[in-house]
Design a protein around this ligand. Structure first.
Ligand code: G1P
Length: 275
């Protein structure tokens, strides 16, 4: 059973300035829900009930969001507004939230290593809330948990991209062992399109086995001077096995304004909007 999910959420969100000047980017709403809530719902749907959130300065709103607001609830009790809090209240009831701060921005690998104290010695999910994933039936994390039961190793979610965009992603190379499933032997963080080993890009969903922490402790900073999870995963692949999974569903890059607007339009077109 995988019960914990880690959410790196310490980044500044500079691409959304000035909106993110005083508000965490994870709290930007797509329709009425903040981005991070979509991620938490996906984790919960996959059976994970402990959310380990890596925060930083100025991220208090995330903690407040996943907590009961007695004043507000008292205020709207018995009114038609009450139902608007139903989903978040259910999340709060079913999940435990724990937080730790990443005091320096030293990359995604460093953020994940910061979460070691919250995760301990067990496999865990990682969700980058910037990547909003939507699927009609099982969510992406739930699909990955099923795969973990079979392969018992670290798993990254991938999708095909236009190679021209390889500098935005970790790019993988591997041997196909099942339709859409690859055993990886190469991974490069944000390569130039000419150096990209394939057009298969990692998106923000991972299942990691806990030996990744020891590997991360030894991982030297690389691309952009940061400790990269991609490098640690390559090391893990060399020592054992890491697989990549072409997930079912749509993914929106909500770390960019364009992707954020696309996600908003998509969800607006598939949801019932209240006047
Ligand atoms: C991170 C990872 C990268 C991955 C991407 C997915 O990069 O380092 O390998 O492809 O997430 O969103 P970031 O987008 O945080 O720069």
């Amino acid at each position: 059973m995988i019960t914990k999910c880690l959410f790196p959420a310490a980044g500044y969100g500079t691409r959304f300035l000035p909106a993110t000047k005083a508000m965490p980017k994870e709290m930007l709403p797509i329709l009425t829900k903040p981005l991070i809530q979509y991620g938490v719902e996906e984790a919960l749907e996959a059976g994970m009930t402990t959310m380990a959130i890596i925060t930083g300065r100025g991220k208090r709103a995330i903690e407040d969001h996943f907590d009961i607001s007695y004043e507000l609830e008292h205020q709207i009790k018995g009114t038609s507004k009450e139902k608007l809090l139903k989903e978040i209240r259910e999340i709060i009831e079913r999940c435990t939230f724990s937080y730790t701060r990443q005091s320096e921005m030293k990359g995604l690998g460093h953020a994940i290593l910061t979460g070691e104290t919250l995760i301990g010695n067990q496999p865990f999910g990682v969700i980058l809330a910037d990547d909003l994933c939507q699927n009609d039936d099982e969510g992406v994390m739930e699909q990955m948990v099923k795969l973990y039961k079979k392969y018992q190793c670290s798993i990254v979610a991938i999708e095909e991209i236009d190679k021209a965009h390889s500098e935005k992603y970790g790019i993988v190379e591997g041997e196909m062992i099942e339709k859409g499933i690859y055993k990886l032997f190469n991974m490069v963080e944000k390569p130039h399109p000419d150096a990209a080993p394939s057009n298969l890009a990692i998106i923000g969903r991972y299942i990691l086995t806990p030996d990744i922490f020891e590997i991360l402790k030894e991982t030297k900073p690389s691309k952009n001077g940061e400790i990269q999870i991609t490098d640690a995963l390559l090391e893990q692949a060399k020592k054992g096995k890491v697989i990549a999974y072409k997930f079912r569903g749509k993914r929106f890059d909500c770390g960019s304004v364009k992707g954020f607007v696309e996600a908003t339009n998509y969800l607006a077109s598939t949801s019932e909007l209240i006047d």
